[in-house]
Write a protein that binds this ligand. Sequence first.
Ligand code: ADP
Length: 551
Amino acid sequence: MQNDTGLLAKIVEHTPIIIIITNNDGTFRYVNEYGEQHLGTQRSNLIDKSFEDYLSQIEGNLSWNQIMDVLHSGDYCQTKMILSSVQGEEYICNFNAFCILDDHHPVALTFMLIDVTEEADKADQIEKKNIEMARINSELIRSNAELKKLSKLKSSFLSIASHELKTPLTSIKGYSDIIMDSMKDRLDSGVLRMVENINRAAERLHRVVNDILDVNRIEQKRLRLQVESMNLESVARDCIDELDSVSANRNIEVRLNVDEATPRFFGDKIRMHQVFANLLNNAVKFSPDNTAIELKIMPYEYEQIQIVVKDQGIGIDKADQKKIFDPFYEIANTNRHSTHTSRFMGGGTGLGLSIVKGIIEAHGGRIWVESAGVQEGVFNGSEFHIILPVKAQVTVEDDETDEIDLSEGDELGEVSDEVSPEQKPVVLFIDSDREAVEVARMVLENVFDVVVAENGELGLSMAFSHRPSLILLDSDLPGMNGYRVCSLLRSQYETRNTPIAFFSAAAKDEEIQRCFASGADDFIVKPFSGKELVEKIWRILMKKKEDATFR
Ligand code: ADP
């Protein structure tokens, strides 16, 4: 028993809890060793001093006197308080106290204080961190909204700028084509060369504008595919033929190697043409003269097709192999692609491969490049690999348009893809014959929204800005004639599928043939009856819709 008491005394003395026993009036009677450390003074100095003097703050509404009252009434008291040492150090403690009774009379008060300063500090830090996180979070939400707005603004700007550029460019290209085709013999050779330069420059700029629009579509996930059954070999061969003059000049041979077992591919023909053209152009651009390029098409596991474009050019360093697929990324030294024996045609916009990747991914495929890298005096070559599912897995919804709506207050650049149900289909007349236009307008106005352009140039511009459901085109226009307008409309991504019907007073066979050859869907002979015109227009629109469904 004696031993047990000694043991208990030892436990009380050394336990990591501040244990204080006071007289009934709150003056110190006993402080354990741990308490002595916290109060920062020797126990002997504490005896008969008031415990209250060491309490700097009690949590809640309790005062020291109230605590004493509670204890004297025989009750238990539990709260939080700050204990201060002689040196001014403060400890946050969980405070527990009770009264020791002897024969129902209070003889002493016992206080047990557990130091929770560290936990409180941690809780305080967590609270502070939480507040900081909430602040960072709201900042992130704000900057995210700002970035989204900026991205929309950029996309709208690109779209507007590109369309604004496209219209005059189409005219520059169209007129210089006409001059080169029909006035060649009448022009001095110097002037002809200048016109040819203008034509080439317009074509180059046109390609850049189209590339910017494509990158924008890809970034906005609005690249629309027109999936149809197609022969990849013939698309590849077309591209090689187009490349011929450039590659022949530099004695670069392009070898096409198609495995007979390659299945037919279901994808977008025009977009796949763009893929081959970009990869082959790059292969030529970054290869020295007198080398070969190989284009292989073969079946791949799990109903997929593999395409490889392999060149014997300068190669691509490992560090650049992913980055070259980012928009506007060009390896720094592209303009210095030359050796003492070969001179390459460096330079570009850095958009081609990002478009290629966007097109391949829109088909549900993937692309990567393999190369041993760039080495002075050695041509390691590059191999672009594409894997495509036999049937394109199109994920993009068929709602692509670059139409811009600036009407919404300061929300500049909302891209409007929606057409209200009440909106009538737009029919664009490109005709200088005012009378015919007025007649047609009267007949069609109830069913269609009729817009009119008096010449081909204006017609092209309105075809881009109004996105009509149908274009009615006179072959005999002032300036650029109807056939030229029609083939230019067909060559543009935005209007390549818009139904176009010629209408003309002269219905000679050869003229009708010329209309169809330039890309028209139908032919309406003037003069026409109102009924005839409406019926014909609906038939053209319905046929176009069926074609799109069954494609
Ligand atoms: P660019 O219009 O500059 O050719 P791309 O996006 O097509 O833009 O290509 C990006 C960059 O990748 C090029 O500038 C070039 O540095 C590099 N590159 C692309 N194809 C090849 C290739 N076949 N061989 C070596 N480098 C290439």
